[in-house]
Design a protein around this ligand. Sequence first.
Ligand code: FEO
Ligand code: CA
Ligand code: CA
Ligand code: CA
Length: 636
Amino acid sequence: MTHQDPQLAHEMSPDDWDEMNFPRPETQGFDAVVEAAISRRGFMGGTLAFGSGAAVMGTSMLSGEAAMAGQADRFAFDQLPIQTDGTVHVPEGYTWDVLVRWGDPLFSDAPAFDAEMGVPTEGSDRVFGENTDGMELFNVGGHELLVVNSEYVNAKYNLAHTEDGMPTSADDVLRLQNFQGVSVMEVTEGDNGWEVVIDSPFNRRIHHNTPMTIDGPAAGHDLLKTEADPTGTASLGTFNNCGSGRTPWGTYLTCEENFNGYFGTTAELALGDTHTMGFKRYGVKTDIDTGRYNYHGFDARFDISKNPNEPHRAGYIVEIDPAKPDSTPVKHTALGRFKHENAAYALAPDGRVVVYMGDDERGEFMYKWLSTDKYVPGGDTSTLLSKGQLYVAKFNDDMSGEWMALTPAATGMDEAEIAIFSRMAASAVGATTMDRPEWIAVNPTAVEGYCCLTNNRNRGVKPNAGGDETPANGPNPREVNNFGQIVRWRPSGDNHASNTFEWDLYVMAGNPNTQEGLYKGSSNINAGNMFNSPDGMQFDTTGIMWIQTDGNDKNEGDFAGMGNNQMLAGDPVTGEIRRFLTGPKGSEVTGLTWSTDRRTMFVGIQHPGRPFPDGEGSLPRSAIVAVKRVDNALVG
Ligand code: FEO
Ligand code: CA
Ligand code: CA
Ligand code: CA
């Protein structure tokens, strides 16, 4: 099979599509092997030191054992066993119900969903988008507004009239463009449970053609100018909206991840070095073929032979004000351009705004934003995501770490170049290559952050796309890491604005039944709560961490005993982890938020592999489910 096989292209996740189209060169240099061995020894030493220093740090992986030895736990449910079927399961005492699924109307003039054909192009921007991902709920004047990302499309479901899901016309492309982006919708709970308020004045679809404003250091730069926008400050659309974030001033942050897959070329290219290097590092295809969606075959904006700067206008954090349906979303270039997973905010004691962010690609980096100005409730917030400093993480094997400022002096790049080519800036300062940083979450009850490092089969095997070697290192201690782990850091002085931190691993996923050594997982993993590939993550108000997975759900081999993708609860203090929810076979569980009264949790089910939730005879439909306790008690 080759990457030209469109059928295959549409069955793959954006991550897998990327990896197939941009395989990293193998390295077998002796130096790299030695370096890996040294790093590994350093980690083991660090682990031992950490175990004996548990009293100092307060918690550790070892404390998971204490929890399992019989201490009372903070979970209000019994562990759900693994599941392998085509539906959602929750523990006894809880219920779930579908809130909304791909193609459900947001407006009364939306076309009806056809069980076999889906939604036609006309009106495809009036329905809930496909492949639900990150989401946040805002209460605006008593209205519950759910803001949700639609990450990508399963084109063969959306374009059921085509043989292989590849667009055959501009109309097909427009339909795909409309099903992605962001949905803002009012939701309400009545006698029939939660439902969308159709025609609410807050309802809105933001998609691949919605006007955006670009701000920050890259705004107006030559690399962002196009024929349609000679100012370089007004682009169309937000792309591959993966994880989410929110600000204390009531706005939603949507995070552009695998934006590269929407661009291609219809002609041989004659690009300068800057474009060539950038496309290579970010995975924009430069050979002539249909690519992932063949937008470029029918929409010249995505044809880099005609618009080589258009990809520079994607890959950012985008801010949306759900309270103002007519507002223009803002792309904040100051927070860097990479494959943004999510955006987790924290406030420094002095009121400056911190945003932690991961770049989800094998061997890429973790970042932090620190605003110059302070957040004052009710005050001016216009500079808080445009004026400040971007940092990248360096983890040391002695369990210390530092945030390295991406400044012109440190990188040899100017401010605009750092914003547009943040990956190169981070490589220039020697940032730590990570095992695909997915969601980051900040604990509301302790000054600490967590990042899901989902997996990395290239760890110790291949460098990243920038040529940075990726030997096993402190927070990424396993070569060919198919299980993933969650790293935790505590900023010095209990201050998220600090340049230094201490770190440990909250959990290493693994299989204690079939694996040896580090691949068995850390001590808080057992035969009952096994999982792989942690991805989504949110804290509830009580300080329980909810972990969602996007991994191998074959339930065999290395992954035997793990079942379908799932959501687990983690106690940051004891280390205990317990399975709470399982998704249908083939799905990823991603996106989590709560109703304002905290009696409902909304959970996203992306790309179900079976005809969920409507059953046989219908297309599989990604959906958001509302999970409640039977006694209507608080769920977070
Ligand atoms: Fe869209 Fe990295 O998950
Ligand atoms: Ca996904
Ligand atoms: Ca994800
Ligand atoms: Ca993932």
